[in-house]
Design a protein around this ligand. Sequence first.
Ligand code: FAD
Ligand code: SF4
Ligand code: SF4
Ligand code: SF4
Length: 382
Amino acid sequence: MIIITDKHFCCGCSACVQSCPKHCITLCNDHEGFQYPVVDISVCINCKLCEKVCPYFNKSEERKPLEIEIAHNPDTRIREDSSSGGLFSLLAEYIIKNNGVVFGARYDKNWDVVHDYTDSIDNLSVFRGSKYVQSMIGDSYKVAKCFLENGNLVLFTGTPCQVYSLKRFLRKSYDNLYTVDIVCHGVPSPKVWRDYLNYINPGKEEIVAINMRDKSRSWSRYSYKIKSSRGMLYDDYAANSEYLHMYINGFSVRPSCFNCPVKNGRSQSDITLADAWGINRVYPSMNDEKGISVVCINSLAGKKLYNSIEKESKPFPLNVFYAENPSFHSSASDTELRDTFWELYEKEGIGAYYTIKKMMKRPLYKRLLHKVFNVFKFDKNP
Ligand SMILES: Cc1cc2nc3c(=O)[nH]c(=O)nc-3n(C[C@H](O)[C@H](O)[C@H](O)COP(=O)(O)OP(=O)(O)OC[C@H]3O[C@@H](n4cnc5c(N)ncnc54)[C@H](O)[C@@H]3O)c2cc1C
Ligand code: SF4
Ligand code: SF4
Ligand code: SF4
């Protein structure tokens, strides 16, 4: 049975919860707002299915992509709505046109982030764009399995641990399943996200739009925008945002992301998408600042799906991808001040960020800021 003794060894994927034949595992929030499984021992029959599906008990082999390209969606409007080149939408449209369903992360009516599915091209827009919050997976694996057993095409998209956990949950391969993951720096706490939204919106105005990857200024120096029915609540470069600083400095990141079990192709996804941060090293004239994706084609199924879509693309060197997208192969680094941040957070909420900023000696603060600009390629003009 699963007992979490070290939070660096549970990514909250819920594969154990959705697999348990006795339904005796519940996900409970910890003080950081992350969910962890808790077993009702009085009901557990010690079948160990939860351990068989857990990504930390069952790591797969590292895998190099078969091919790497950079590509973008020819539809500029969709590309502008997407975080990088809008490849997710092209792949998803193909699946839906072939009577399939697409799973991904969206905001719910309270602006929390949840996993959901659609069979409609018009509804795909809600899945577009990166949401820097851990998505609540709900019973998505069980629902995906129903569609798969029913013979529908299924495209499951999400973080690498969500994709790998779906595969562990299914415990057999399906010809009608395609999986797409994103290169993942880590996921921030849903509690910090909720507190931040309240902090940025003290008047409790109705929020009508949120974009954590707004490209209207530029793609590589993207902005955050939070809009209420009465106007803009936040509209600035993401690099200036407290929310991004808490994320990139590791304060709000899930502990398991410092010990990610699925780096370097271990997620077994068919396709991996990322921002083509290395574009200027290889094809500088292609960078129109509207966003370009790196596409790792990891399997023959992925190649078949990728070859079915109309896109603008070019081959891309593996070494540049590895160098410019370190989150593909390496976990985020833990920070020495994370525990202090959470001690302060208990008393001060989001204010903890400002306290810790003051506490940091200047060289350390400078070092952390340098990290923000490096990971998000803001180093030229923050
Ligand atoms: C939390 C997070 C961290 C990332 N870190 C990096 C990084 O370090 N380096 C890098 O190159 N790229 C990173 N990306 C990926 C990148 O920003 C783009 O999402 C990716 O290139 C796909 O872009 P797109 O334009 O094709 O599609 P888009 O329309 O932008 O992508 C939407 C896709 O992202 C998924 N998605 C969005 N938010 C979440 C979420 N919270 N949980 C699970 N799935 C989600 C949707 O389900 C959908 O599949 C990250 C994305 C997220 C969500
Ligand atoms: S050992 Fe079996 S019954 Fe017990 S929690 Fe795990 S899956 Fe459920
Ligand atoms: S990593 Fe997933 S399967 Fe493993 S214990 Fe955590 S929630 Fe359960
Ligand atoms: S960094 Fe790894 S453990 Fe964390 S959300 Fe991403 S894939 Fe999951």
